[in-house]
Ligand binder design. Structure first.
Ligand code: SF4
Length: 401
């Protein structure tokens, strides 16, 4: 499968346009045509869906299957049946994910992984088991204890169980060497994602947040090798572009790690005068912050990377109170941001319960911030544009005094 056509790393706008158009087509396709075609291309291929935030995609890849990221239905899909399964006062992603399932859009998916992020996702995993009994469904628990002998051992046993389940599902035995090859492919992908984020942080006018998001999001659908090619081509093409620099302020966008904001919301922030220079969108693409070791036991290496080199987020336990919010302040300093925008899904417990503590840490560090909520299908962007625009103006005024 080609990630996109016609881009060979050319430096013209057309190179960027082609890549972004391809990524946008994947983003808009709620029938997952690319993943269906991948599966149909060879008999016996399997597709394993997963929800946010993180699953070890290396294991799925090593079993010869395609990991398919499912992040709800966005703003392109009416939720008709999904609403009947949930009360109104929770976020929208479980309802639109149910809609994807009952409307047959995921009828080609052989397995679904629901990582432990919150009670909503846990309940969804139970419902999926009942509703789609022919699909391998697993609530994928990850440790909240980061000691190797405790959380690490537990995580290795979870990975071992998943590996055996994937052996059965794929009809082949996943060897350690298979796993090492897959870890190498994802190491390469994460390196490119880090390069992409570095490019945007250094020259945000050349790599707008909405484009970066679309390129990143393509990685939920494409095989990792195709996605790596796409990112590399985008970095080369966008880096060589001569786009005008605007008088925008630089912000870190945070709180959006699960239900995704509408694409228009991301575009609106930049139109309102805020360059997004770091964010926590689609964390699965860069959850592990360093290369996973290739020598030794691959499951132990994956567990060790999870415990010691993984992103911080509101869905991850921080045992030391004094460190609460440190990762966010570090992100601000690293990206030379001038402020933080908290944007979270309505009714998102992990994000909204954490927000006051993070705001407290920012206040103590003297970092300006604003906050609002969204749903994946929010349509009215004017209030958000006004709020972000005022924030940007205020930052410029403060920095001028
Ligand atoms: S948006 Fe928040 S509450 Fe909803 S499923 Fe995701 S983490 Fe859980």
């Amino acid at each position: 499968m080609n990630a996109h056509n016609g881009s060979n790393g050319s430096s013209g706008t057309s190179g960027v346009d082609d890549i972004v158009a391809c990524a946008q087509a994947l983003f808009e396709d709620t029938n997952f045509t690319a993943a269906r075609q991948w599966k149909e291309a060879e008999p016996g291929r399997k597709v394993i869906g997963y929800m946010p935030i993180y699953v070890p995609r290396e294991l799925i890849h090593a079993a010869g299957a395609l990991p398919l990221g499912i992040v709800g239905g966005g703003d392109q899909m009416d939720v008709i049946h999904g609403d009947a399964y949930y009360q109104s006062y929770i976020c929208r992603i479980p309802r639109s994910t149910i809609e994807l399932g009952v409307s047959g859009r995921l009828d080609f998916v052989d397995g679904m992984l629901f990582p432990s992020i919150c009670d909503v996702i846990r309940n969804l995993s139970g419902m999926w088991k009942l509703m789609f009994p022919h699909v391998y469904t697993r609530y994928f628990d990850v440790p909240q204890n980061y000691v190797d002998d405790i959380g690490g051992n537990y995580y290795v046993s979870e990975l071992t169980e998943l590996r055996h389940a994937l052996d059965e599902l794929s009809g082949r035995t996943v060897t350690d060497d298979d796993l090492r090859r897959s870890i190498a492919a994802y190491n390469e992908n994460r390196r490119l994602v880090r390069d992409l984020y570095r490019l945007r942080s250094e020259v945000p006018w050349k790599a707008p947040a909405a484009e970066v998001y679309l390129v990143l999001r393509a990685g939920l659908v494409l095989p990792v090798e195709d996605h790596s090619r796409m990112i590399g081509d985008y970095i080369r093409a966008a880096g060589a572009l001569d786009r005008p620099m605007r008088d925008n302020c630089r912000v870190v966008l945070t709180g959006l790690f699960c239900e995704q904001p509408p694409l228009n919301l991301i575009k609106s922030l930049e139109l309102a005068g805020c360059y997004v220079v770091d964010d926590d969108l689609l964390l699965v693409t860069r959850w592990l912050t360093e290369d996973v070791a290739l020598e030794g036991d691959p499951l132990v290496n994956l567990a060790s990377a999870f415990l010691h080199h993984s992103e911080s987020t509101s869905a991850k336990y921080e045992p030391e109170e004094s460190k609460k919010g440190k990762y966010l302040i570090d992100a601000v300093r690293r990206s030379r941001a001038e402020g933080v925008i908290f944007a979270s899904p309505s009714f998102c417990d992990p994000a909204l319960l954490d927000r006051p503590m993070l705001q407290h840490a920012l206040k103590a560090a003297g970092i300006p911030h604003i906050a609002f909520k969204y749903a994946e299908n929010s349509g009215q962007m004017q209030p958000i544009r006004e709020q972000a625009g005022t924030f940007s103006d205020a930052i410029k005024l403060w920095s001028a005094t």
